[in-house]
Design a protein around this ligand. Structure first.
Ligand SMILES: Cc1cc2nc3c(=O)[nH]c(=O)nc-3n(C[C@H](O)[C@H](O)[C@H](O)COP(=O)(O)O)c2cc1C
Length: 242
């Protein structure tokens, strides 16, 4: 173990991880703005490819907007009864904006060594090329054919589909961090992908090319909320040791 790090309490992590369940029936009690801001601050620390954070977390605090978005979540009970909704929005162009901000941060940093600055500059230039030229839709059919023969190419941020998938993939780390942070605050959540993305994108005036991998319902579970035993594939099946 790296002795410079404090060990985190394993039992508490385990109980938090097991307490996080997809809850679909909330009691309507409000969550304080401070608590939401605190869990969002943890979500912001999620890892991302090249630290490019190609996503936004839309905190839907306005009651009328919340109602409209809940309706766009196919009227799901989790969304309707949630105290707050978080819309996870991803877009490769958000990654490009981050790249400029990150470059300014690196250039202005007095604590980063030149070696680190060179490393980050190189990495940023590579990502900027990929996201500017590589994200063009002209690459999409070419990558699609190449990926037929080489499946690993399916995950490249190349072509308009690949780059949006890349952005969405990055966003879900923030989503999971947010849900675990909520659990640590005693707040329940439900991740949802059952919604009309185009309706939500219009309601929130999201820029063109934005995809929504997830809407997260947040609230406190009712006493009647259905929480069944947590079934998963067996570890032997899921984990392959080499
Ligand atoms: C990407 C994703 C999409 C999901 N979409 C929905 C959804 O639209 N509605 C819903 O009620 N639950 C949704 N869920 C919750 C899953 O059904 C739930 O996580 C799964 O059954 C495991 O249960 P647990 O989270 O309580 O362990 C979604 C979960 C994920 C990760």
């Amino acid at each position: 173990m790296n002795t410079s790090q404090h060990p985190v309490n394993w039992t508490e992590f385990q109980s938090m991880n097991r307490q996080r369940r997809a809850i679909r029936d909330f009691d309507g009690a409000q969550i304080s703005d401070d608590d939401i801001a605190a869990i969002l601050a943890e979500a912001v620390l999620a890892p991302s490819s090249g630290n490019l954070q190609p996503y936004q977390l839309h905190w839907i605090s306005d009651a009328k907007t919340k109602e409209k978005i809940a309706t766009a979540c196919n009227g799901q009970k989790a969304a309707k009864t949630a105290s707050t909704l978080i819309v996870v929005a991803a877009n490769p162009t958000f990654g490009l904006t981050t790249a400029s901000e990150q470059r300014a941060y690196i250039d202005g940093s007095e604590s980063l060594e030149q070696r680190s600055k060179d490393y980050y500059h190189k990495q940023l230039s590579m990502f900027e090329r990929l996201l500017k030229v590589g994200a063009l839709s002209v690459w999409t059919p070419l990558v699609s054919i190449a990926a037929f023969f080489r499946p690993s190419l399916s995950l490249l941020p190349v072509g308009h589909l690949g780059s949006r998938h890349w952005a969405a993939r990055n966003a879900v780390f923030a989503a999971q961090t947010l849900m675990l942070a909520a659990t640590a605050k005693g707040i329940d959540s439900c991740p949802m992908e059952g919604f009309s993305a185009s309706t939500i994108a219009r309601q929130l005036d999201l820029p063109r090319g934005t995809v929504i991998p997830l809407v997260i319902a947040l609230g406190y579970r009712t006493a009647e909320a259905r929480v069944e035993a947590q079934w998963r594939r067996s570890q032997d099946d899921l984990v392959i040791q080499h």
